[in-house]
Design a protein around this ligand. Structure first.
Ligand code: CAA
Length: 376
């Protein structure tokens, strides 16, 4: 870890202890997202870390971003994912937007004043993203959107939505990407999901009923939406891996501390070899996860966008997180199953990491396809 990454983690650790930890149990129970907490993270420079300074970003690397997300997710996966998805939206605007779009939408996102949301999935197109059905019909001066998006992270709290919709033929070549804003006529919010975890981060349906989107809000060009979404997910998957690694770090920390303090059969339970082996395995899995996430981020920072590595990092880190957080609940025993300790929340929050931004089965598909390309 570089000195800067160490500094980032120390600063965020202090912030999370003061601003997130005191409310986390209450907010997880009530599903309260605190916009002021997000905005404070923005004021500290953590909501647009990888964006150019010209648009209010911090001009830092993906490796720096993964360090920040690891620290935030130790306290709250929900705030970490809000930042990660909003940063993905910013990177889409930065990479595919024109100067006017960047100037108009990026500063409010990089500063954390507003949140960005990525809208690809629909009720009948999850893993098979190219089969999406929301339409964008060309009309004078723009497009008319009809359809709905499901399981949208930050739905309702975000202001800028990148929406993938069909402008042409079936399949990926007929998909385009649009900027839609909260409050646009014909755009409304559907049901808010009741979830196992990520309770502070709202997940919501978006509904488009004859929603007019001006031509100037089309990103890059007609038919490029699928590639825009896929290349953004390559980045997003690294950040999901980082969130998983941070949560695993916390689960291991809680396990070691608790087992050193808890006495049974006249000795700290840490001294039982059965538990020591569990914690040693957790530590090994965590290190593997972190190394893959850091390697994937490093390659990305060097301009070598490696889909295979991004999928490997997401797959390894999130599967490890599910195992580590489940084992942490086991080590803490009865209290681990209660909300008195954070491990039950970590375990609930871990599950969705194996599902979002491409299920871990899809990550294997991506890895296998790259292997085929590499060796045939
Ligand atoms: N970058 C750029 N282009 C890419 C690409 C990438 N990573 N991956 C594929 N493409 C291009 C291909 O080159 C191809 O282009 P050509 O036809 O010009 O050669 C085109 O896209 C189609 O590619 P595929 O044939 O591989 O597409 P596919 O239909 O077989 O799908 C898939 C591939 C990997 C299964 C993809 O559909 C996928 O990733 N599915 C999962 C969807 C997903 O991750 N959803 C997440 C929802 S968002 C979310 O969870 C965020 C959140 O809010 C937390």
């Amino acid at each position: 870890m570089s000195d800067l990454q160490l500094q980032i983690r120390q600063e965020l650790q202090k912030f999370c202890q003061k601003q997130i930890e005191p409310h986390i149990e209450h907010d997880d129970e009530t599903g309260l997202f605190r916009m002021d907490v997000f905005q404070q993270l923005g004021q500290l420079g953590f909501c647009g870390m990888t964006l150019p300074e010209e648009f209010g970003g911090a001009g830092l690397s993906y490796k720096d971003l993964t360090a920040a997300l690891m620290e935030i997710s130790k306290s709250s996966a929900s705030y970490a994912v809000t930042i990660s998805v909003s940063t993905m939206v910013q990177s889409i605007l930065d990479q595919y937007g024109n100067q006017k779009q960047k100037e108009k939408y990026l500063p409010a996102l990089t500063s954390g004043e507003e949140i960005g949301s990525f809208c690809l999935s629909e009720s009948s197109s999850g893993s098979d993203a190219a089969s999406l059905k929301t339409t964008a019909k060309k009309t004078e001066g723009g497009y008319i959107l009809n359809g709905s998006k499901l399981w949208i992270t930050s739905g309702g709290i975000a202001k800028t939505y990148i929406v993938m919709a069909r402008t042409g033929e079936e399949g990926h070549k007929g998909i385009s990407a649009f900027i839609v804003r909260d409050g646009d006529k014909g755009f409304s919010y559907g049901k808010k999901e009741k979830k196992m975890g990520w309770k502070i981060s709202p997940t919501r349906e978006l509904v488009f009923e004859n929603c007019f989107v001006p031509e100037e809000n089309l990103l890059a060009g007609e038919g490029l939406g699928f590639k825009i979404a896929m290349s953004a997910l390559d980045r997003g998957r690294i950040t999901i891996g980082a969130i998983a690694a941070g949560m695993s770090e916390r689960a291991l920390e809680e396990s070691v501390k608790y087992s050193l303090g808890r006495t049974q059969f006249n000795q700290p339970i840490f001294e039982f070899q059965g538990l020591q082996f569990m914690m040693a395995d957790m530590a090994v899995e965590l290190e593997c996860a972190k190394l893959l996430v850091e390697k994937a981020a490093d390659l990305f920072d060097q301009g070598r966008n490696d889909q295979k590595l991004a999928s490997m990092a997401k797959l390894k880190a999130t599967d490890a997180c599910m195992k580590i957080t489940t084992d942490a609940v086991q080590i803490l025993g009865g209290v681990g199953y209660t909300s008195e300790y954070p491990v039950e929340r970590l375990m609930r929050d871990a599950k969705v990491l194996q599902i979002v931004e491409g299920t871990n089965q899809i990550q294997r598909v991506v890895i296998a396809r790259q292997l085929k390309k590499q060796f045939s």
